[in-house]
Design a protein around this ligand. Structure first.
Ligand SMILES: O=C1O[C@H](COP(=O)(O)O)[C@@H](O)[C@H](O)[C@H]1O
Length: 459
């Protein structure tokens, strides 16, 4: 951890993301590394009293259980600047008011981020300035290309940090250890032994007051285009020689370049649905179209399923099914690896009839192996049994891990520009097909497992 101070300048500091994720994430990092020297400067166009900013920072840090001494020190250095970031003179004043190593954190929608980047080009930034950007990076492939072009005119690519907090989730990072430090899995990790891979991120949460953002994004952009494709890349990439960030990011980019829609057809490869009124854990959830702030005419999906192929020698013919939804009955957040049938089962051995499966629970963290063994009775009668272990508690919140990387100038847990473009390339045909209504919008009752028949691989 470097001794030098970093200024974390959050543009869009008044928004929901700063309060819900960024400040608590930073607090959790300070819990683990209480001596870190960071000056938190919030900037937004709305007036906010310094006391109010200090209160928000303090509350978030305390909630994350950062030590009191650290909280007091960081709060004392923190400040808020009323700034219209789309005014170049105000932006210049803001940047010039910062003394120490600067990270500009765009807690803004992509359309605004690109405009601020354009203005930054006209401003002389302190040496070594880093940019950190929230997803989505652009709203389609063309805008992602433009955002990348614009951002790299401000600072070089290795100083741009595109945030994906899933890369800071311990169970996602654990894919590296599980795959590359265990002889037992290395030879099995290919189409020769694996029949299919399902990546689920079903949430029982519904809109939670986020219609302003979510109704424009939908499940596909909110989760699949970003987080789930990153999980897929971690799952399917080739083996690195070391944990070098450039190598890891290149291997992820390589696998995403090889990824395309199943059957090369968005109609075959995708499904979408929206929740209707229902009950989740005794809580009444209204029809999505009736949620506050939703424009029913927009036709936003709250559940998306995408089947993709990774077209290389390792994965040829294996479907990867990516699914995520809101207002689901279960918080099913896991990767299910289904192995092929054994090549031969001796006559007289009574198999369980169920395939071997490795289940990697992302939240909460656990690993299970479902295999056929004799549990009781006739020793030649097999049944499916689960070997199960839970993972330890994460040392900090995912945003804390990601922020540590940014503050230390280590891009390992952030998305490289070419990768962001690849993720849009994969989903863009689906978005077009959905806009043209070529894929029906299905419905599911809130609190259920989604429409019937999902989860099967399309033919
Ligand atoms: O980025 C997002 O992620 C969350 C799910 O991640 P979690 O760490 O909170 O489980 C999702 O609910 C949200 O809609 C999305 O924007």
């Amino acid at each position: 951890m470097p001794d030098a101070a970093t200024t974390l300048l959050i543009i869009g500091a008044g928004g929901d993301l700063t309060r819900r994720l960024l400040l608590p994430g930073l607090g959790s990092l300070l819990r683990v590394e209480p001596d870190r020297h960071v000056v938190v400067v919030g900037a937004d166009r709305e007036e906010m009293a310094q006391e109010e900013w200090h209160r928000r920072v303090r509350e978030s840090f305390e909630e994350a259980e950062a030590p009191q001494e650290t909280v007091d020190r960081v709060v004392a250095d923190a400040r808020y600047e009323v700034t219209e970031a789309l005014e170049v003179s105000q932006l210049r004043d803001l940047v010039e008011s910062v003394e120490d190593g600067l990270v500009i954190y765009f807690a803004l929608p992509p359309q605004v981020t690109v405009q601020v980047c354009r203005l930054l080009e006209q401003i002389s930034l302190p040496e070594g300035t880093r940019l950190a950007m929230e997803k989505p990076f652009g709203h389609d492939l063309a805008s992602a290309v433009e955002l990348n072009r614009q951002a790299t005119r401000v600072v070089p690519e290795d100083r741009i940090f595109r945030i994906d907090h899933f890369l800071g989730i311990n169970t996602v990072l654990n894919l590296l250890g599980l795959r590359f430090a265990n002889r037992i899995f290395q030879p099995l990790w290919s189409a020769e032994h694996i029949e299919r891979v399902d990546i689920y991120y079903d949430e029982s949460l519904a809109l939670e007051g986020r219609a302003g953002y979510y109704d424009h994004a939908g499940a596909l952009i909110d989760m699949t285009q970003s987080h789930l494709l990153q999980v897929l890349a971690m799952f399917a990439m080739e083996s690195p020689a070391s944990m070098d960030h450039e190598e890891l990011r290149s291997l992820k980019a390589q696998v995403l370049r090889a990824t395309s829609l199943w059957g090369d057809d968005p109609v075959v490869a995708s499904r979408r649905a929206r929740y209707t009124a229902g009950t989740i854990d005794g809580r009444q959830v209204p029809d999505y179209a009736a949620e506050e702030g939703v424009d029913p005419a927009r036709g936003t999906e709250t559940l998306a399923q995408l089947t993709v192929a990774v077209r290389n020698q390792r994965w040829s013919g294996v479907p990867f099914v990516l699914r995520s939804g809101k207002a689901m009955g279960d918080n099913r957040k896991e990767i299910v690896v289904t192995f092929r049938e054994p090549s031969h089962i001796p006559d007289g051995l009574h198999d369980s009839g169920s395939p071997d499966q490795l289940v990697l629970e992302l939240r909460p963290g656990a690993v299970s192996l479902d295999i056929s063994i004799n549990a009781e009775g006739d020793p030649l009668d097999l049944e499916q049994k689960r070997l199960h272990t839970t993972l330890g508690q994460p040392r900090m919140r995912p945003y804390g891990e990601v922020l540590a990387g940014i503050l230390d100038s280590n891009p390992m847990l952030s998305i490289r520009g070419d990768t962001a473009e690849q993720m849009w390339r994969i989903v863009e045909p689906v978005l077009e097909a959905w806009r043209a209504d070529r894929v029906p919008m299905e419905e599911y009752e809130a609190g259920t497992g989604g429409p019937e028949g999902w989860g099967t691989v399309p033919r």
